[in-house]
Ligand binder design. Structure first.
Ligand SMILES: [Zn+2]
Length: 354
């Protein structure tokens, strides 16, 4: 399996929250030979790989959805109004291309923006609100637009998957969290001919970006004894980034997340992971996500509680049309996860809650 092809197929697939079916189809195609695939009624895809023991049940979770939009109405002039699905900063939207996915195929549009010439001094200083933005699909009037688009249709960013000049860095939309989905495939592939003392539930969740919703139901299918959520974190290695410590950098290894706004991780699981990384000389860094949660936030609250940790790929410009990630971090995360899973037997997992 070629990692770049996998990443490209997954990131290029459209899938805002509630519309993950195309992503699921790509993921299922890769997973079919790696385990037993099942879906729940929300649409999460769970691939079960039994190792030498049915327990502990190890949940790996990555979300299939990406931030996008939904058409809410068509104006008399033939423009589309929309609601964001997930957290956008309106600043990154103006003048960007988007694709509306309709029953009649794809319709390309652009989020309209005023040229600087017609902005007042006051307007130049502020960020526009999503409710004041619109999508121009090049329709002459309301009737033409209505023939193509229906309110409720999902909208996604237009962005081309690109390997950057040095061959080590990729730029794409939806690395959040298709990079995590790719990791699910990579880890099951890496473990294909190796024994592991547990059963893995590699879970592609839905609707993470609108409030960790798919993880909530997926846990009922998995009933995990231990969980690792895989996501992207924020690389702060760019000019002028005033983010607080620890500042994550591209190329310095997977991020072990010490804290996110939805989860204080199980400290013993965290320390186990750190020990595994050190033992196998896998580089890692620490991250702290002060604003924003992950699927881990839901999973650790399931049932009587689940020891949970979040491991992230540090990524620049998440929640925009073009995010940037280092392939060394990606490959080191595969290595780290593989070694973590090989050691997660009943006895070890029992120590996390003892
Ligand atoms: Zn994410």
């Amino acid at each position: 399996m070629d990692s770049l092809t996998l990443l490209k197929e997954l990131t290029m697939a459209p899938g805002p929250p509630g519309f993950e079916h195309e992503v699921r189809a790509v993921l299922r195609r890769y997973m079919a030979s790696l385990g037993r695939c099942e879906t729940d009624n929300m649409g999460s895809l769970i691939t079960v790989r039994e190792g030498s023991s049915t327990t502990p049940r190890v949940m790996l979770a990555a979300h299939m959805d990406e931030i996008g939009f939904m058409v809410t109405a068509i104006t008399k002039e033939g423009f589309l109004t929309f609601v964001p699905l997930g957290g956008w900063w309106e600043h990154v939207l103006l003048g960007q291309r988007v694709t509306v996915h309709t029953a009649n195929g794809e319709v390309t549009g652009v989020i309209g923006s005023k040229p600087p010439h017609s902005l007042t001094d006051e307007e130049r200083k502020k960020v526009m609100e999503a409710k004041d933005l619109y999508i121009d699909i090049g329709a002459c009037d309301e009737n033409e637009a209505k023939a193509w688009v229906q309110p409720g249709d999902p909208v996604i960013p237009v962005s081309q998957f690109t390997v950057m000049r040095n061959g080590k860095i990729v730029m794409a939309k939806a690395l959040d969290d298709r990079a995590g989905c790719s990791l699910l495939v990579e880890v099951l592939t890496a473990l294909k001919d190796q024994s592991h003392p547990n059963t893995i539930f590699a879970t592609g969740t839905v609707q993470e970006e609108v409030g960790l919703r798919g993880a909530y139901t997926a846990c009922h299918s998995v009933e995990p004894h231990v969980a690792i959520a895989l996501d992207v974190s924020i690389a702060a290695d760019t000019p002028g980034d005033s983010g607080s410590e620890p500042k994550e950098k591209l190329g310095e290894g997977p991020s072990i997340i010490l804290y996110d706004a939805s989860l204080v991780p199980n400290a013993r699981l965290r320390d186990y992971v750190i020990a595994v990384a050190k033992r196998h000389a896998i580089p890692f860094q620490f991250g702290a996500i002060r604003k924003g949660g992950t699927d881990g936030g839901r999973i650790h609250l399931h049932g009587r509680g689940v020891p949970t940790l979040v491991i992230c790929l540090p990524t620049r410009y998440i929640h925009s049309h073009n995010s940037v990630m280092h392939l060394d971090d990606y490959m080191n995360t595969v290595k780290l996860l593989t070694e973590i899973i090989k050691g997660l037997d009943e006895q070890t997992v029992a120590t996390f809650t003892a």
